[in-house]
Structure formats: structure tokens, C-alpha cells
Design a protein around this ligand. Structure first.
Ligand SMILES: Nc1ncnc2c1ncn2[C@@H]1O[C@H](COP(=O)(O)OP(=O)(O)OP(=O)(O)O)[C@@H](O)[C@H]1O
Length: 340
């Protein structure tokens, strides 16, 4: 049973003198307790704006958000800023790419952590400090009592990201959103942080949305995956199905662009031609059409239909000519969850 249901979420930036920018266009997704859901796509595809809209962190002026973000039976898009502040930290929490911009550089780690604990609970300062120490231990920081007295610049990048995770989980949120949490870290530390997130999800039963451009991160961590392109979800599937049988030509291209150890040495790497800026507005046809090797004239005959590409499990692609299409698949216009 999903405790987070995002329905038809659309975000439009409106600036005077500029045409509106629809950064997120009809995103629908579900997250269940203990489930990790990946949102992947190139830079500019709308991943971060989707997560900021779910968190209620977009500015109210100049930004129009429509659709629903249902957490249990509450629609977070209808809450006041004050109500949303209470939800953040206690029920939903977010981890960003660069902990140095999220942590206050002139306040000790211990004070930043205990402030979060006392703001959302009745804990005394002594209890909050004990809890802070136990949280640092939980996220794998050695000698936590000493670390509590240190400032962010005294910690390594990996340690700072662990502190951010400790702050995020301090109030036992139901939902954790991680936006490229490992991009700024070197590879071995990345793996440790991903292991930590996996353990936290399985032990606490919280849901995780992992925002990333890195398909390797999704493969190692996520149960379900949504691939975004130009503001829309173009493919939704379990991670196993997405990697085993990619259906949207964009997903297929992304997967084929990953270099493999068994590739011939000297063989040219696969690339998706053009850039995400070469796009068709979705109401005129498929936004990916200018870059797609499978494109036909019909791809520009209006918004692409959603195709149910598996008969055995939910797997949908917003494409009229999907790759790996089984004979019994069909087009669908209204589906629950994922691509719509
Ligand atoms: N404040 C803003 N005003 C206008 N357009 C914006 C604003 N913020 C984001 N956008 C646009 O929204 C689109 C989606 O941006 P978003 O940051 O969600 O992409 P992303 O997939 O997360 O990329 P990245 O991985 O680079 O962060 C982009 O075209 C971006 O230029």
C-alpha cells in the first residue's frame, strides 16, 4: 500500500517578460513503506523540481504547482507554509547533493543535530545530545561524541553527507528524498553512502525517492524506476524490468551509453545524438523525437500514447514504437501510478 501518491504533478515557472517554463508535466508515482523509488534522467529533465514540489520547497511566487501530493490522506499541495514546515523534518526529509551548502559552517555538528531533535520532540538538551550521538553512530561516524563538537569543515565530504543523513532521519521520517546524494563524493564513499541508505530503508521501513542521473545508483538501490525526459515520465518499471527490457528508446539509449568491461577496446561508445534542448513540445508530439533513431512521422502527430509493454508486471512507456515490445502489449490512456 503506497503512503505517498503523487498524481499528475505539474510545475510551471512564470516570469514576467518570459514564456512560462513547464519543468514538470503530469508526473504520477507511488512510494510504499520500505520501498526505494528512483527518478532518473539527464540534467534539466525535471527531477529536482519534482522533488522540491513534493517537499513544498518551491517558492510560492512565480511558480504554479498543480496536481496532488498525497501523504496518507493529506494533499501536501494544499497545506499552508507553516503546516508544510511541520511535515518537513517530522514526516518527510530531504538530503541534497552538497552537504556544505546545507550545513551551517559556523555552527557545530552537534548543535545542528540537537536543534532538529528538540524542534520536533519534547527531548531535553541532555537527551537530545545523547540521541545526536547515537544518530552519528548509526550513520557510521566513528568517535561520535568528539565529532559533535566539530564544525562541518573539519569533516570529510563523506562524513558531512553522513551528518546530513543523520539530520534527515533524526525525526524518523516516513519518506526520505535524496537528490544526487553521492554525486559529489568519490566512488568508494559513494558505495558506502548507498549501502547506508539501503540499510536505513530496510531497518526503518521509510520510503526513499532517489533522484539521480546515474543508472548504476538506481540498479543497486531501487525497486521501481521512473525515467524522466523533458519534464515527463517516459518509462516506469521495476528496476529488474527496466534494465532487462528497456522499452522507451531514450531509456534504451541511456543503457547502451554505459561503457561495459567486455566492449571491444577501441570500439566507439554509443551516444544519444543531440541534446535535451532539441525538443518538441509534448502537446505536438514526442519531445524525444529529434534525437530518436526509431522516430517515424506519427511521432509528431500529437502527444504520444502510453504503451503497456509487459503483460506480467507494471511496465509502461510513453512511446508509440517501444523497443522490446511483446506481441500482446497494448496502448493505454489512463493507468494508475507511473507513466500516464
Ligand atoms: N527557477 C526556475 N525558473 C525557470 N526555470 C527553472 C527554474 N528552476 C528550474 N527550471 C527549469 O526546470 C527544468 C528542470 O530542472 P531540474 O533542476 O528539475 O532538472 P534536473 O533533472 O534535476 O537536472 P539536474 O540534474 O541538472 O539538477 C530545467 O529546464 C530548468 O531550467
Amino acid at each position: 500500500m503506497s503512503f505517498l501518491q503523487v498524481r499528475d504533478l505539474t510545475v510551471t515557472f512564470q516570469r514576467s517578460g518570459h514564456p512560462p517554463v513547464r519543468a514538470v508535466d503530469g508526473v504520477t508515482l507511488d512510494v510504499a513503506a520500505g520501498q526505494s523509488v528512483g527518478i532518473v534522467g539527464e540534467s534539466g529533465s525535471g527531477k529536482s523540481v519534482t522533488s522540491l514540489a513534493i517537499m513544498g520547497l518551491l517558492p510560492r511566487r512565480g511558480v504554479k504547482v498543480t496536481g496532488q501530493v498525497l501523504l496518507g490522506d493529506r494533499d501536501l499541495t494544499t497545506l499552508t507554509p507553516r503546516q508544510m514546515r511541520d511535515v518537513r523534518g517530522s514526516e518527510v526529509a530531504m538530503i541534497f547533493q552538497d552537504p556544505m551548502t546545507s550545513l551551517n559552517p559556523v555552527i557545530t555538528v552537534g548543535r545542528q543535530l540537537t536543534e532538529v531533535i528538540t524542534r520536533h520532540s519534547q527531548a531535553s538538551r541532555v537527551d537530545a545530545r545523547r540521541e545526536a550521538e547515537s544518530l552519528l553512530r548509526r550513520v557510521g561516524i566513528p568517535d561520535p561524541a568528539r565529532r559533535l563538537g566539530e564544525y562541518p569543515h573539519q569533516l570529510s565530504g563523506g562524513m558531512r553527507q553522513r551528518v546530513m543523513i543523520a539530520i534527515a532521519i533524526a525525526c524518523r521520517p516516513k519518506l526520505l528524498i535524496a537528490d544526487e546524494p553521492t554525486t559529489a563524493l568519490d566512488v568508494t564513499i559513494q558505495a558506502q553512502i548507498l549501502d547506508l541508505l539501503r540499510d536505513l530503508v530496510s531497518e526503518s521501513g521509510c520510503g526513499l525517492i532517489m533522484i539521480t542521473h546515474d543508472l548504476g545508483v538506481v540498479a543497486g538501490l531501487c525497486d521501481d524506476v521512473h525515467v524522466m525526459y523533458a519534464g515527463r515520465v517516459v518509462e516506469s518499471a521495476t528496476a529488474t524490468n527496466l534494465f532487462g527490457q528497456p522499452s522507451h528508446p531514450y531509456t534504451d539509449g541511456l543503457l547502451r551509453s554505459i561503457p561495459r568491461m567486455d566492449d571491444d577496446r577501441g570500439a566507439a561508445l554509443h551516444t544519444i545524438r543531440g541534446s535535451v534542448r532539441d525538443l518538441v513540445p509534448w502537446d505536438r508530439g514526442c519531445a524525444f523525437q529529434p534525437r530518436c533513431d526509431r522516430a517515424v512521422d506519427a511521432c509528431l502527430a500529437g502527444p504520444p500514447a502510453v504503451t503497456d509493454v509487459s503483460v506480467t508486471s507494471p511496465h509502461r512507456a510513453r512511446c508509440i514504437r517501444p523497443v522490446n515490445l511483446p506481441a500482446s502489449s497494448k496502448s493505454v490512456s489512463t493507468v494508475k501510478g507511473g507513466v500516464r
